[in-house]
Design a binder for this molecule. Sequence first.
Ligand code: 5GP
Ligand code: 5GP
Ligand code: 5GP
Length: 215
Amino acid sequence: VLSSSRDFDFFYFVQQWPPSYCDTKRSCCYPTTGKPAEDFSIHGLWPNREDGTWPQNCESNSPFEESEVSDLLDKMEKDWPSLSCPSSDGVRFWTHEWEKHGTCSLLNQHKYFETSLKLKEKANLLQVLKDAEIEPKNGKFYSVETIKDAIEKGIGYTPFIECNVDPSRNHQLYQVYLCVDSSATDFIQCPVFPRGRCGSKIEFPSFSSSSHDEF
Ligand code: 5GP
Ligand code: 5GP
Ligand code: 5GP
């Protein structure tokens, strides 16, 4: 039977920083349900192996069904918005994440989305950073170590920080990866980190004004 045995060791729980997704050459499109709050949002919960590889698209016959998550939709719109263009209500993004990663998770659809929403509540990254006086502000730069240390102190585990680049080629905080045990209940130390590194000083941009019109 497809997907009945576990072909991964842990999950990456990946949260994105919407202002950084939008502040690139490609730009972004706000969801049809409205501009997202200035908060981290969910990208996905990704099964991964300790050797750094991962399974994906584990079941071809398991389409995303909105009706299976109807009780979660309000929260998904708020905490898991899609910022890609053209504007959407999120269903395409959720479909993509479910089909690519969720079908390998051994969780059913409802549990996959419910678990992800719960993990975001458990890891309040924006608050943890604010507690360390790291706040979104255009034109201000932080070392990656400072950001990692703040998250480690607040959550208890070392994150992986992924950066992207704005149109002026500043490096900025784009995604935060935390690791979760294979039953998707608790955060754990990451057995392996993704590849890639940020610049030494990175921006944590704000939505409120873009870097070019601020000054
Ligand atoms: P990118 O090329 O932007 O790093 O990744 C493209 C896609 O590949 C991601 O959206 C995600 O679906 C998948 N991916 C990238 N890196 C990882 C990883 O380390 N683990 C898993 N499970 N998926 C990944
Ligand atoms: P990279 O070579 O930078 O690790 O990965 C480039 C792209 O190849 C990733 O974004 C991802 O789409 C794909 N990729 C790399 N390693 C894996 C893997 O172990 N499994 C899968 N499914 N895709 C991978
Ligand atoms: P991945 O394959 O890396 O898990 O997911 C990335 C895919 O989801 C891309 O095809 C991307 O266009 C789409 N997508 C839709 N909305 C978003 C969003 O808000 N953030 C990211 N990172 N990808 C999104």
